[in-house]
Structure formats: structure tokens, C-alpha cells
Design a protein. Structure first.
Length: 453
């Protein structure tokens, strides 16, 4: 294996430079992905363009043969998290488990970004033949391997429950939450018994994942147990969207009045879809939770009332010229008088109470006649799958919609909003076929497949 690979004037140096550029571009695309998921200007399927660009860089590195592989090995060990991610994907495509093992050994177990890079890459690329080795229970004492095992079980629906159960008690909080999420995919009586005590765990994320796993288990008392805990634990508020019913709505209206939990309450009310919440959410447009309230109103009504907002650029001193830095230091404007400010116009749900009030005055008789509404239609499997496909639904809510389908209607098809777009599209097609075959009455409240009014 070659050492200290860098660009120079030789033919090999030129090729190394090309591979380093492909690595850098692929790394940047992966590093940008979390921010793009939360970007309100981007629909979930817009990320497919970035994925295609990433794929082109990966193809170039794979086709580059041994020299490109050597460059990937060097940067996976010495570079940043994005380069680690890219290198691991290339190693898997070459079938080089030895290089995957070396790169994993170099990951700092306390470096969350490196762990994300490692896990994302291997969940995407790990050959099927390597899955049993990745889930070996005797290796799960290593937090890097435990993280990978939990994420593989969740993303690929693998049967690795027993090893995760054994590792759960000693795992750190960040990994316990992921393990419980994975266990929730294979929910049964044993999992129920293990996760139920975690409703009182000291870590909020662990408590939330335990509550979701318990609801997905189908245990007869799970909804009552979780909803009772949610009344006193703000971390469990999202579970009301999964298993709550009409009786919880007035209490959520009260929570909406308190800033610490107002945005979370708005999210939950939007997912619950009770028309009684529309006037309350319109009133909330005048407060700090206005963006979440507007999203909730759109999710319930499907009105698609939008507005353009200009967001002025925040100066980055590293990108300014010297004279601009001097003006900034003196408190002077960067843009000369008479010129438009620098910034971006963002289109999003309208937060104008008057606009929404006028819409509600025209449409209330139709919407209010149904107990639960999603996108202006009676809520049920079909309208909820449609909301997963909708371009405006934020990333944070798409996860809850998928869990809601599992908890309310016992859908067993897997779905994760972090999957690549092509896989999401395939899953949504299967979910649409499943939803069309269901016999639930649209607009009614269901929990665990049973009518819950």
C-alpha cells in the first residue's frame, strides 16, 4: 500500500489529485445532508439529486482501482468524517472487509460525527453476506460495533434482537436509545418486558424510544401506560400523536399556551388532526410557536397557504473582504445605501392569522364534520401515507407519521425518513398498496387496530 499520497506533477500525482477531489466532493455531500433534511426549501425527494451526485463520485473512486482505493484508505484513517464515510462505502463495494475493519478501529467511540459517518456508510453499503458478522453478540461490547448493529437492525429489519438485549444494560444513553429503537421493530412480549422499565430512564431520548417501542409492541395496556406517563413527562409528548385520541386534545390545547412545549404541542395537534384544534392553532400564529402552528394547520387542512419571507444573510467574517470587515467592525452596513440587502426569499406556510381565519371561515363546515383530518381528508391509512409523500412535511414529522401508521393501524412495513430517496419511494409505493387494502373507517380514532373513540 502506498503512503503519503498527494497531488504532484507526475501522472500518478495527477490521478491522486482527481481521486482526492472526488473524495472531498463526496464527503461534502454527506456532511451537507443533515442540514438539507431540515431545510424548509427542500422537499424530502429533492435530496435525490444530491444522492445522484454522491453516487457519481463513488463510481469514479471504485473505477479508479488500486490507486483510488489507497487514497480512500489514507483519507478514511487521516481525514474528516465525510472522508471516512466515503472510504467505507468504497471498501464495501470492493469487498474489502479488511479495510472496513481497519477504518472502524480508527473511529473514536466518543466522536459522534465519526460514528454517524461509519454507521451511515455501512448501513448503506454493507454486503448482505457480512451481516451475520456485524451482528455477532460477542463483539457488541465495542460501542462502534454496537452502534452499527443497532442501526442495521433498524434499517434492514434484521433479526439481531438477542444480542442487542444483552448489550442494552451497559450501553451509554446515546446507544441505548438506538438499541431500543431497533428493538421496537421486532416488538413482542420479551421486548415489552425489557423496555417498559425504561419509561423512567434518566435520559429523555431513551424514555421516548421506550414509549414508542412499547406502543409498537401491541401490549393491551401500552397506550394507557404511555399516555399516562406523557401527561407528566414532556419528552413523551410526541407519543400522543401515535396513540392519543379525542380526550387528549383539550389538554394539548393548554400545553400549546406554554412556550417551552408549545412547538411540540403544535406538531402533535397537527398529527392528531382534530378540527377543534384549528382555531386554537390559528391563535398560536401570534406567538413563538407560529412556524410549528402553521405546519400543523397545513397538515390538518391541506390548505397550502404560503407566504414569502426574506431572510437576510448573516455575515461570515471568513468570507468578507478587508474593507467589509472594517465596515462591520465599525458598525456600518455592508450593503451601500440604496442597494437591496443580501439574503434569500424563503417560501413556507403562512403565519398570518387573518389569512388562516378567512380560509377557516369558508371551509369550517366541511372540515369540522370529520373527527380526524389529514391534508383536508378524513384521516386514515391512505391520507396518512399521502402525508408521508407530501413535499412540505418536515423531516421531524415524517418519522412520527411512520410510527403512527404502525401504532394506530398495525402496519408492519418498514420505513425510515433517513433512507435514500430511491428506497423511500419504493417503500411508499408498498405502503400505498397496503393502505388501499385496509378496511378502517376514515376519520375515526384507532389505536392498535381498534376503534378508540
Amino acid at each position: 500500500m502506498l503512503d503519503d499520497l498527494h497531488e504532484d506533477g507526475s501522472e500518478q500525482g495527477f490521478r491522486i489529485g482527481l481521486y482526492l477531489e472526488h473524495l472531498s466532493e463526496a464527503a461534502a455531500l454527506w456532511e451537507q445532508r443533515p442540514a438539507d433534511r431540515e431545510n424548509p426549501d427542500l422537499a424530502w425527494f429533492d435530496l435525490g439529486d444530491e444522492e445522484a451526485r454522491l453516487e457519481a463520485h463513488l463510481d469514479a473512486l471504485v473505477l479508479g482501482g488500486d490507486l483510488a482505493l489507497a487514497v480512500c484508505r489514507q483519507q478514511a484513517l487521516d481525514g474528516d468524517a465525510g472522508e471516512l464515510h466515503t472510504g467505507l462505502r468504497v471498501f464495501c463495494r470492493h469487498g474489502r472487509s479488511d479495510l472496513v475493519g481497519v477504518a472502524m478501529e480508527g473511529v473514536d467511540p466518543d466522536d459522534d460525527e465519526a460514528l454517524d459517518a461509519m454507521s451511515d456508510a455501512l448501513v448503506a453499503e454493507l454486503p448482505t453476506a457480512w451481516e451475520p458478522g456485524a451482528l455477532r453478540a460477542d463483539l457488541l461490547g465495542d460501542p462502534r460495533r454496537l452502534r452499527l448493529a443497532a442501526d442495521l437492525v433498524t434499517a434492514r429489519q434484521l433479526p439481531g434482537r438477542d444480542g442487542l438485549l444483552d448489550a442494552l444494560p451497559e450501553a451509554p444513553p446515546s446507544l441505548r436509545a438506538r438499541i431500543v429503537r431497533a428493538l421496537g421493530q421486532t416488538a413482542d412480549g420479551l421486548v415489552d418486558g425489557v423496555v417498559r422499565p425504561l419509561l423512567s430512564d434518566e435520559d429523555a431520548e431513551v424514555r421516548l424510544e421506550a414509549a414508542v417501542a412499547l406502543l409498537r409492541s401491541g401490549a393491551p395496556d401500552a397506550p394507557a401506560t404511555v399516555l399516562r406517563a406523557a401527561r407528566t413527562d414532556p419528552a413523551l409528548l410526541p407519543t400522543l400523536a401515535l396513540a392519543g385520541h379525542a380526550a387528549a386534545v383539550p389538554w394539548l390545547h393548554e400545553v400549546l399556551q406554554h412556550p417551552p412545549s408549545a412547538s411540540a404541542a403544535a406538531d402533535v395537534l397537527g398529527l392528531m388532526g382534530d378540527p377543534r384544534s384549528v382555531p386554537v392553532l390559528i391563535a398560536a400564529l401570534s406567538g413563538e410557536a407560529a412556524p410549528a402552528a402553521a405546519r400543523a394547520l397545513d397538515l390538518i387542512t391541506g390548505a397550502d397557504l404560503t407566504a414569502d419571507t426574506f431572510v437576510e444573510d448573516v455575515p461570515d467574517e471568513d468570507e468578507l473582504f478587508d474593507d467589509e470587515k472594517e465596515r462591520l467592525a465599525n458598525g456600518e452596513p455592508l450593503v451601500p445605501p440604496g442597494q437591496p440587502p443580501r439574503g434569500t426569499t424563503v417560501t413556507g406556510p403562512s403565519t398570518d392569522p387573518e389569512v388562516w381565519q378567512a380560509w377557516w371561515a369558508d371551509h369550517e363546515p366541511h372540515v369540522a364534520e370529520t373527527p380526524r383530518v389529514r391534508l383536508g381528508r378524513a384521516a386514515g391509512p391512505e391520507s396518512q401515507v399521502s402525508s408521508l409523500c407530501a413535499p412540505f412535511v418536515p423531516h421531524r414529522l415524517r418519522r412520527w407519521i411512520a410510527d403512527e401508521l404502525a401504532v394506530r393501524y398495525r402496519m408492519t412495513l418498514p420505513f425510515e425518513p433517513t433512507w435514500e430517496v430511491q428506497r423511500q419511494r419504493a417503500a411508499l409505493r408498498a405502503m400505498g398498496e397496503w393502505a388501499a387494502a385496509q378496511r378502517f373507517v376514515p376519520g375515526r380514532w384507532y389505536v392498535a387496530g381498534h376503534y378508540a373513540d
